[in-house]
Design a protein around this ligand. Structure first.
Ligand code: SF4
Length: 455
């Protein structure tokens, strides 16, 4: 059951925040907006940290060893923030052969990986059988590997391309997801969330499903017993109220999933991960940056409404200015997500986009998880920087922040708590050699074990 709210309470009152941090009170959207705008960053971090410690304790912070496999970059959508997509006829368009995919999975198994995160563009040339056969192959060859794959926009592409039976969208999604689940799909990543508010989504997510459809896919996944994650990409044309509206939709649909399916083996959103838009090489990245030193409010803030009802007609410059998110905006947004999303267990630090130092700091702004150790990343790296760190460095980051690193699985159950001398970071005797490795990779297939946005 959802927590009670106290809409008239002053959210800056420590007593109110204490109740929220203890998990006894739910913050309203208006209160979240006030907190975002009024509270100092260190203080906000302290409350988010308090909430995180109430849920996850004081000692352990986690990561996962998995591999991000982007099986195709061919996509019918034209999201303006995307530097990854290609049309089918372009020279560097690709769809990976099964052998290449299996080779990649073997690579993660060889280093003790437990999961693959498989996502791609919305490729109209791949039939349902391609996905079913792939999942069967993966399950037969690597039964120990958890398959976390196909974000809601891809699932909707399947519904549209495969002449799916069913009289409602839910029926059609259920038909597709059941087929994929029977073939080995175990959980759904939260890709394609971006920002749910229609005015923003219509500008940046051209050809991608709307919020209601995205959330419906996840709801059906929950009904079928699959866990999912939710994501948010911010720091572009949206206003602060859009971010809170986005979180509000995730929270309310999570309430519904828990209430309707929670007692019957249903799934739920296990994690929320947010990250700032990476502008390099994308059409949206060429949009003029908003001059923050001026007196005019940011157009996105004029249009944004807590109920998502804003329209582009409300400001002539809406969508024509971007406001990139720096470190403090990132930490502030993440801290709000920890306090607001009272029904979501894990908040992931997205240090891939912000760098290791901020990723480490994020552990004090509500994050309990540093995401994944992976062998490659193609989507975020296509739009700029990818930070590559191996497992030892990741453990050192967590330990350096004052916590014990622990390797987890997709359900956030702990697999190995690294509190002994044989921990990956404790085994390194010469960090100078490690530190000489380039931290930033612009390649599409990192030769070292790298980390990326974990969805
Ligand atoms: S973000 Fe995804 S859906 Fe959008 S264009 Fe890129 S690959 Fe396609």
């Amino acid at each position: 059951m959802a927590l009670p709210t106290a809409p008239k309470a002053n959210i800056l009152d420590p007593g109110v925040l204490h109740d929220i941090a203890e998990g006894n009170l739910r913050m309203t959207s208006e209160q979240a907006q006030c907190l975002y705008n009024e509270m100092s960053l260190p203080e906000l971090g302290r409350w988010a940290d308090k909430r995180c410690r109430a849920l996850h304790g004081d000692s352990i912070r986690t990561y996962i060893v998995d591999r991000n496999i982007n099986y195709t970059n061919i996509c019918t959508a034209k999201c303006t923030f995307c530097a990854f997509r290609r049309d089918g006829h372009e020279d560097d368009a690709y769809t990976l052969e099964y052998d290449a995919l299996l080779h990649k999975v073997q690579g993660i198994v060889d280093i003790g990986g437990t999961q693959i995160l498989m996502q791609g563009g919305m490729n109209p040339d791949l039939p349902l059988a391609w996905y079913i056969d792939l999942l069967n192959l993966l399950r037969d060859k690597f039964p120990q590997v958890h398959i976390h794959a196909f974000s809601p926009p891809e699932v909707i592409e399947f519904v549209n391309f495969f002449d799916t039976p069913g009289s409602t969208l839910e029926d059609q999604v259920r038909w597709v997801l059941t087929k994929l689940q029977e073939a080995g799909l175990q959980s759904i990543p939260g890709g394609g969330g971006e920002i749910f508010a229609p005015a923003v989504r219509e500008k940046i997510g051209l050809g991608k499903c709307n919020a209601e459809v995205w959330l419906t896919v996840m709801r059906v996944a929950h009904e079928l017993g699959m866990n999912t994650s939710a994501t948010m990409m911010f720091g572009h044309i949206e206003g602060v109220a859009d971010r809170i509206h986005h979180m509000d939709l995730v929270r309310s649909w999570q309430d519904r999933s828990i209430e309707d399916f929670g007692l019957h083996g249903g799934g739920r959103y296990k994690a929320f991960i947010s990250w700032p838009f990476q502008p390099d090489n994308s059409p949206l990245g060429r949009v003029k940056e908003w001059d923050a030193s001026g007196t005019e409010p940011f157009p996105g803030d004029i249009v944004a409404k807590l109920d998502g009802s804003g329209t582009k007609a409300e400001h002539p410059e809406f969508g024509r200015r971007i406001r990139l998110a720096g470190s403090s905006t990132y930490l502030r947004t993440q801290a709000i997500s920890r306090l607001f999303l009272d029904n979501i267990y894990s908040i992931g630090s997205s240090w891939v986009t912000m760098g290791p130092a901020i990723g480490q700091t994020a552990l004090y702004y509500g994050a309990n998880d540093l995401g994944s150790v992976m062998l490659e990343e193609n989507v975020v790296s296509a739009a700029g920087t990818t930070w590559c760190l191996n497992e030892a460095k990741l453990c050192r980051m967590i330990r350096g922040a004052g916590f014990t690193p622990a390797k987890r699985d997709n359900c956030y159950d702990l697999l190995e708590v690294h509190d002994g001398e044989n921990a990956p970071d404790k085994m390194i005797t010469d960090w100078s050699a490690q530190d000489k490795d380039r931290l930033i990779s612009h390649t599409t297939d990192c030769t070292t074990v790298s980390l990326t946005v974990n969805q």
